[in-house]
Write a protein that binds this ligand. Structure first.
Ligand SMILES: [Zn+2]
Length: 403
């Protein structure tokens, strides 16, 4: 499945050093490793896949549910693996706001806070805005995109293009997509949440029409409603087809002469185990499709989660469905803090243990061992060969440099 042919000589040699690539792949047409051994391989493009709440147990269970065997997910074939620690500055367990903010800004903060430093007081006082990877990419003239099945203002997508002291302030968060601090702002924005975002905008005396008019940028209500001629489409729908949206975003971003940054989120909370695990499986299949459309010699693909979730497989056997008992649980209302199926137990909460990071492409070799989630900011910046600005929050940006 891996297009090893496309790995650059250096990425190939790095992978070989780690024993990740069969020696035969050396003959696959790449130039000799020595030819480019001096400079690290650089990424032109970075795609960050975020499976919300998909810890190690979720990946494991998704493979068992969909394929009846472990290790069948596409991302489980990627050569570079690390374990990312997700806690905020004060608690042990992270929410999506801190979790994603730390990944895309290199600064850990407080739960509920969107890409502001830990000097923020949730819901009350703004903290120092922390510059996001999307903002760095915009500043350098790359094309950027954010795709999610969730509301486009939900914490994970919002952390890329907005700064707010509370994740619930959708009426403040959404308009920031139209008033960027760097470049011309996020170029492709595909997400859901139309009704509630509309309500929150109305409460502030604004709305989709007013924003569209003020910024001369249509806000479509469905993916199909955005014409092909619009190269910077914004779609806020009732529901978003992440598969279609991601492929469309990729088509648009791949026109960039300077590279692109794309973030794709798909919710994988397993409070409803079948829904969460199926989302993980569908995202994994999408990732395989995306990988086939990019050149791994210039594109870094990175998969991770913002925090983990308390799902465990504690039974089951080959040849039998993993989610035995799910239909009865669902028929009984599907409620409760604890979901007890035959082979799976879910405690409906986020958990503190480290989450997997999988990577392939230039810069992927920076993903190894245990590290704080802030390191991922550094991994992506290093892949592009960029240096972070000096900021007042630098003292908490411990994870940003290479190990
Ligand atoms: Zn989350």
């Amino acid at each position: 499945m891996m297009t090893l042919r496309r790995l650059t000589a250096l990425a190939l040699s790095a992978a070989l050093a780690l024993g990740a690539v069969p020696a035969a792949a050396q003959d696959a047409g790449a130039p000799p490793a020595a030819a480019s051994a001096e400079a690290p391989a650089r990424a032109r493009n970075v795609i960050l896949f975020l499976a919300d709440a998909a810890g190690v147990p979720t990946l494991s269970a998704a493979s068992l549910m969909a394929y009846g065997e472990p290790l069948r997910l596409h991302v489980q074939t990627w050569p570079h693996l690390g374990l990312s620690e997700t806690s905020p500055v004060d608690d042990f367990v992270s929410d999506s706001a801190n979790g994603m903010s730390a990944i895309v800004t290199g600064v850990k903060t407080r739960n509920g806070v969107i890409s502001q430093g830990p000097d923020a007081v949730r819901g009350r006082t703004d903290g120092t805005p922390t510059k996001t990877l999307l903002e760095y990419a915009e500043q350098r003239g790359l094309l950027t995109g954010v795709v999610t099945n969730m509301a486009i203002t939900d914490a994970t997508p919002a952390a890329n293009y907005a700064h707010a002291n509370d994740r619930s302030k959708w009426g403040e968060i959404f308009p920031q997509a139209f008033t960027p601090r760097f470049g011309d702002g996020v170029d492709v924005l595909f997400g859901a949440g139309r009704d509630e975002i509309g309500e929150q905008l109305a409460a502030r005396g604004s709305g989709f029409d007013a924003l569209s008019a003020a910024h001369d940028r249509p806000i479509y209500a469905a993916l199909d409603a955005a014409p092909a001629s619009n190269l910077r489409p914004v779609v806020v729908a009732d529901e978003m087809d992440v598969h279609a949206a991601t492929l469309r975003a990729l088509d648009l971003l791949q026109r960039s002469p300077t590279g692109y940054f794309l973030v794709v989120e798909w919710d994988a909370h397993t409070d409803d185990p079948r829904r969460g695990l199926q989302n993980m499986v569908d995202l994994d299949r999408l990732i395989a499709e995306v990988q086939a459309r990019v050149d791994l010699s210039d594109t870094l693909l990175l998969f991770t989660a913002d925090h983990s979730f308390a799902l465990q497989v504690d039974g089951g056997r080959r040849g039998q469905p993993l989610l035995e008992g799910y239909d009865a649980w669902k028929a009984s209302g599907g409620e409760g803090e604890i979901v007890r199926l035959e082979n799976v137990v879910v405690n409906d909460t986020h958990t503190a243990e480290e989450v997997p990071v999988l990577a392939i492409g230039p810069g992927a070799e920076g993903v190894r061992g245990y590290f704080p989630n802030t390191r991922l900011f550094g991994v992506m910046m290093d892949a592009w060969g960029w240096t972070a600005d000096a900021t007042p929050s630098n003292e908490v940006r411990r994870g940003s440099s290479r190990p």
